[in-house]
Design a protein around this ligand. Structure first.
Ligand code: GLN
Length: 385
């Protein structure tokens, strides 16, 4: 009785690990969401919006205040101001944004290029929209791509390439040169670029975020996706957005309208205020996460994991081979049930699952005390096994 499209993907492994963590009372370093409060100002703005009766549907493609704020924020950080009337759509999180983008541009059988390791959502997004995913590996230890391999992935059937920078799960931040190379291929093969920039303000070690739409010739063929979840620690609000040329935006808005009608109206009003926070807010975010990254990096290193040092986002990929486990899922379950710290099995980020069998992903989007408690538990790995 079931549709074939539901058979080609599984439930979210990330959320399954959250359930397992709860069941075992483990510290959840699996799902990337903060366990610390959102800024007071954004919470107060939401309360005020509800009191002011922003409680009915907003305009389906986003409250005007929020679209104006997205345009101003894009001008501030990326140097161009998308037209709030024709080029911006507010969606229920970057998750809906990516789904709406794919449904709006992909015909069944079209090819979409994705780097691996990838964020798990791209697989069901492709399955639901009928896209055939073509995977190009990011090569260790620095997760660079091979230019010839990428070029070879482009065909006459390529509709789009997905770029996620800063990258979940690897922590890679794509450089200007890399993005220019990808952009040149997109122009040569006349494809779109769909970018997931949800971690755009979480950067380390002097890395800078380059938004692919800002590169020469790219604005007309780029769908830029971001949202409030990670920057403002409000992953449960489900406020994301897309910036795209108007002919694409028309199609995206239609899909979005019939998927969800709109993101929560009062939270859109609060989001409009939050996007206007001063530069100091955005800069302190990197500072805060830098400290957390150090705590988890040293905890993992001390426990015996070789680690990949992230340049951005808030995840660490760790190598599990020193512990002698042949399977990442068995190891992740053991870590959750016996050691009390839940990671995500690496294979859930790969189509060639063997590439992920040797890894797990930890998030450090947690209070320092949570990370220190996890550190203490992880030490059991070293002596215990
Ligand atoms: N983006 C977060 C992560 O990668 C949350 C994902 C989710 O809930 N599926 O952990």
């Amino acid at each position: 009785m079931l549709a074939d499209r539901t058979q080609i993907f599984t439930e979210s492994v990330i959320r399954e690990m959250t359930r397992l963590a709860m069941q075992h009372g483990a510290i959840n370093l699996a799902q990337g969401f903060p366990d610390f409060p959102a800024p007071d100002e954004i919470k107060e703005a939401a309360v005020a919006a509800i009191r002011a009766d922003h409680n009915q549907y907003a305009i389906t493609w986003g409250a005007k205040s929020l679209r104006d704020a997205i345009s101003a924020k894009t001008l501030r950080f990326s140097g161009y101001a998308p037209d709030p009337e024709r080029e911006i759509t507010v969606a229920c999180g970057a998750t809906e944004a990516m789904m709406a983008a794919m449904l709006a541009v992909v015909n069944p059988g079209d090819e979409v290029i994705v780097f691996e390791p990838f964020y798990e959502n791209y697989v069901p997004d492709a399955a639901i929209s009928g896209a055939k995913l073509v995977f190009v590996p990011l090569l260790e230890p620095d997760f660079h791509f091979d230019r010839e391999q990428l070029r070879a992935a482009f065909t006459t059937k390529t509709k789009a390439i997905v770029i996620n920078t800063p990258n979940n799960p690897s922590g890679k931040v794509f450089s200007r040169e890399e993005l220019a190379y990808i952009g040149a291929l997109a122009q040569e093969f006349d494809t779109l670029v769909i970018t997931d920039e949800i971690y755009e303000h979480i950067l380390y070690d002097g890395n800078t975020h380059i938004s692919p739409a800002t590169l020469p010739g790219m604005r007309d063929r780029t769908i830029t996706i971001s949202g409030l979840s990670k920057t403002f620690s409000v992953t449960g609000w489900r406020i994301g957005y897309l910036i795209a040329p108007s002919h694409l935006t028309n199609a995206i808005r239609k899909v979005h309208d019939f998927l969800t009608v709109g993101a929560p109206a009062p939270l859109q009003e609060a989001a409009a205020i939050a996007l206007g926070f001063p530069d100091s807010f955005y800069n302190s975010l990197g500072e805060m996460y830098r400290g957390k990254r150090e705590v988890l990096l040293s905890a993992l290193t001390e426990a015996g994991f070789p680690v990949f040092r992230p340049q951005g986002a808030y995840y660490i990929m760790a190598d599990i081979r020193p512990f002698g486990w042949g399977d990442d899922t068995d190891f992740a379950r053991h870590l959750t049930a016996e050691i009390g710290v839940a990671p995500v099995p690496g294979s859930s980020f790969y189509s060639h699952q063997e590439l992920g069998r040797t890894k797990v992903r930890f998030t450090f989007s947690k209070k320092e005390e949570t990370l220190r408690a996890a550190a203490e538990r992880l030490l059991k790995l070293r002596v215990g096994v």
